[in-house]
Design a protein around this ligand. Structure first.
Ligand code: HEM
Length: 405
């Protein structure tokens, strides 16, 4: 007979603000066999196998659809828009969307942007190379993903600024005072929607080599994406694909600044790029957790979680699981690939749709940065973002490096 979760005597944890050392200390304070803990929203799983089990069990639904409710949002227009997003859809609706769009997000599709990614990152480094110092967040992380998303979609260079503004406004969705930002968010979503509809009309008459053309052409058994669904996908790409990539780049470079030997090694051996990306995402992921709620009563490991129970899924904690990673506390890009993947892209049906693109972006950026910013050091203090609903990383990161490369 399963025990009701609420009746268990569980340690309570509050996720601390701060960097990976502080978060790590928190995890280390738990008993090694402690698989379930209590937190602000409900419960949390913190071990690799449980994280995977929850993410792969379709009865646990994405909590994205519940965020507006948790934040006290009641605006019907806003709520309706959230319902159709791939990020929050479940069941047949999600399966259908995912089947239709997945081929457009394949590694091969991401690979065609690699030369462009190198141009963008080189251009950004050019701006600071002679000075030998920069704010890594403002000068490199912030501007990196927008041109790539625009190129991916097929939006011309003169519209990068426009996209940048829409992305910042739409990303207010993750801010703590989202209720007061609803007008700004919805206006940006509407403007982006209108723009995307124009682009769709153009691509329908004149197909190009880009994501939008692929999505328009996507068809399975006679089924196609509607115009509204195409607009929703562009919105999801902006919400899912800009701040994540920026912050992951910031986290990775902060980590390398603490490991100068590995930075130098990456510069010498750019073929370590793929390991460097996986290992830095394992050791210091920008998405440290996600959340689910039970769509019905769920029994797991002899515990009963009644319908509607919230559970946080500790991706960062799972990424340091001793039973899965040989030496989880060591950051080493030369160590052999572990037999199981790092979990910063999630797992199960909502596994990051943009993983191939994000990997390509980071794999192209890191070796070039290592080569052109030798002797990288943090030059002052890193200001970290507060740990909130979404994505973690440096808000400010002053750096110095050998100039002129
Ligand atoms: C390093 C960068 C990135 C990280 C760490 C990341 C992380 C994640 C995670 C953890 C999820 C699953 C969330 C959950 O299960 O609740 C996810 C989903 C998603 N990501 Fe990413 N992401 C990154 C980059 C991207 C990019 C570049 C794109 C777009 C091109 C993207 C688009 C999406 C979408 C659309 C989903 C929802 C998929 C679904 O629900 O079926 N992400 N991402």
């Amino acid at each position: 007979m399963a025990t009701l979760a609420a009746q268990l005597d569980l340690p309570e944890i509050t996720l601390a603000d701060g960097n990976y050392d502080q978060r790590h200390a928190l995890r280390m304070s738990l008993r090694p066999d402690q698989w379930l803990v209590r937190n602000l929203f409900g419960y949390a799983v913190v071990q690799y196998d449980d994280v995977i089990a929850v993410l792969r069990d379709k009865r646990w639904h994405s909590a994205t659809s519940k965020i507006p409710e948790l934040m006290g949002i009641t605006n019907p227009a806003f709520l309706e828009r959230q319902q159709v997003s791939i990020l929050s859809a479940e069941g047949d609706m999600h399966t259908r969307l995912r089947r239709l769009v997945a081929p457009a997000f394949s590694p091969r599709a991401a690979d065609r942007l690699r030369p462009f990614m190198r141009d963008v990152i080189n251009g950004l480094i050019d701006n600071v190379a002679d000075a030998g110092r920069a704010d890594f967040t403002t000068d490199i992380c912030e501007p990196y993903p927008i041109p790539i998303i625009c190129e991916l979609l097929g939006a011309p260079k003169q519209d990068w600024q426009l996209f940048s503004r829409w992305a910042s406004d739409i990303l207010e969705i993750f801010s703590v005072d989202v209720v007061s930002k609803l007008d700004v968010i919805m206006r940006a979503q509407e403007e982006l929607g209108e723009y995307t509809r124009g682009l769709i009309a153009e691509r329908r008459s004149k197909p190009a080599d880009d994501l939008l053309t692929d999505l328009i052409a996507a068809e399975e058994a006679g089924d196609k994406l509607s115009n509204d669904e195409l607009v929703m996908m562009v919105d999801a790409v902006i919400v899912g694909g800009t701040d994540t990539t920026r912050n992951q780049l910031g986290c990775a470079v902060a980590l390398f600044a603490d490991h100068p030997d590995q930075w130098a090694r990456l510069a010498e051996q750019p073929d370590l790029a793929s390991r460097a990306v996986e290992e830095s995402m394992r050791y210091f992921g920008a998405v440290r957790g996600t959340a689910r709620f039970s769509s019905c009563d769920i029994e797991y490991r002899d515990v009963l979680f009644p319908a509607g129970t919230f559970i946080s899924v500790g991706l960062a904690e799972a990424n340091r699981d001793r039973d899965v990673f040989a030496d989880p506390e060591a950051f080493d890009i030369t160590s052999p690939s572990p037999s199981q993947p790092q979990l910063t892209f999630g797992s199960g049906i909502h596994y990051c749709l943009g993983a191939a693109l994000a990997r390509a972006e980071l794999q192209e950026a890191l070796p070039l940065l290592a080569q052109r910013m030798p002797k990288l050091a943090v030059d002052g203090q890193i200001i970290w973002k507060p740990e909130g609903v979404g994505i973690f990383g440096p808000a400010q990161m002053p750096i110095s490096f050998a100039a002129g490369h």
